[in-house]
Write a protein of this length. Structure first.
Length: 131
């Protein structure tokens, strides 16, 4: 994951801001993939699909943050604030586990019908499995 162009006034909070930004970017990318797959495979899921993807994206961000390891960061003073670019490493198996957990919790939260929820869960497991 990468955090590009975060702006902070204090370096003491830069790591947290950068990590949060990178987790959000990671979650948005994961949500986008799931959203596209749901739209293609499950065309009957308009409002429920949007709710599911929204919940999934939020939960991926929440579950991935503690699993991110900072690789390195670059700081540049630009007037009254610092520009920060940070790079994070996420173990692939751990990331898959976080995404699967996020999906399970999102399905529960959105009250999808069991059969449909099961199909989506199977599709995502197949799509995001580690080779």
């Amino acid at each position: 994951g990468t955090s590009e162009g975060s702006r902070v006034t204090e370096l003491s909070v830069s790591s947290w801001v950068a990590q949060n930004d990178a987790a959000i970017r990671y979650a948005q990318a994961a949500g986008s993939i799931v959203s596209g797959g749901i739209a293609r495979k499950f065309s009957n899921l308009s409002e429920q699909g949007s709710k599911l993807v929204g919940a999934y994206t939020q939960k991926v961000s929440e579950y991935i943050i503690p699993r991110m390891k900072e690789s390195f960061s670059l700081f540049r003073l630009n007037g009254s604030y610092y520009e920060v670019i940070s790079y994070f490493i996420i173990d692939e198996e751990t990331a898959v586990t976080a995404r699967e957990r996020a999906l399970r919790e999102s399905i529960k939260e959105t009250d999808l019908e069991f059969e449909l929820a099961s199909e989506i869960d199977n599709w995502v497991k197949e799509f995001v499995k580690v080779d």
